[in-house]
Design a protein around this ligand. Structure first.
Ligand code: FES
Length: 184
């Protein structure tokens, strides 16, 4: 993933625009490059594809896949499908929002310009909804930093969150830290 803070957006976009290539494909490529679709790329994309900026923005915000802000360092995807709901999944979502200060699916709200509160999307944590992780027999389930975790309750969630944050802090500091090693 590209992390250049001052990228030459026109050049990056030009590398992705080809005859016959769709706007969706270009948006995917830009998001693959940066981890999100920077606002500053919209004008470049519009120019390169002979579209209006409004047309590009409309497609960008229509599809939930696309992010308009840099992703958080730590992503937690909480299952909100039937089995997990019946086992306290929504209470776990409320707990996760309370302890992280984030709003579930904040990136979707931000994409359509809704104010969701400072740090709601791209602080150190992002909360996302997911619909079934194949762990229905061990509900409620979630992924924390990409790892599937099941049989969650608030105490186990807090331990796993603290462990994931510690690992990320260690990575940022260039140190090796160990997680608590819990399995799903
Ligand atoms: S419903 Fe949550 S893991 Fe299947």
């Amino acid at each position: 993933m590209r992390r250049d803070p001052t990228p030459a957006y026109d050049a990056v976009v030009a590398g992705h625009v080809r005859p016959g290539r769709s706007l969706l494909a270009v948006l995917h490529a830009v998001q693959d490059d940066f981890g999100y679709v920077p606002d500053a790329t919209l004008a470049s994309i519009a120019r390169a594809m002979h579209l209006s900026r409004a047309e590009v923005y409309g497609v960008l915000t229509y599809y939930h896949h696309f992010r308009c802000q840099p992703p958080a360092r730590l992503t937690i995807a909480l299952c909100r499908a039937e089995s997990c709901r019946s086992m306290g999944g929504e209470a776990l979502v409320a707990h996760a929002e309370a302890v992280t200060g984030c709003k579930i699916d904040a990136h979707l709200h931000e994409a359509v310009g809704e104010a969701v509160g400072e740090g709601a999307e791209h602080g150190d944590v992002a909360l996302e909804s997911v619909y079934c992780l194949g762990q229905c027999g061990q509900s409620p389930a979630a992924t924390i930093d990409g790892k599937v975790r099941a049989r969650l309750d608030t105490a186990r969630f807090d331990r796993l969150l603290a462990a994931a944050r510690a690992v990320q802090a260690g990575e940022r500091d260039g140190l090796r830290t160990t997680s608590e090693g819990e399995q799903a």
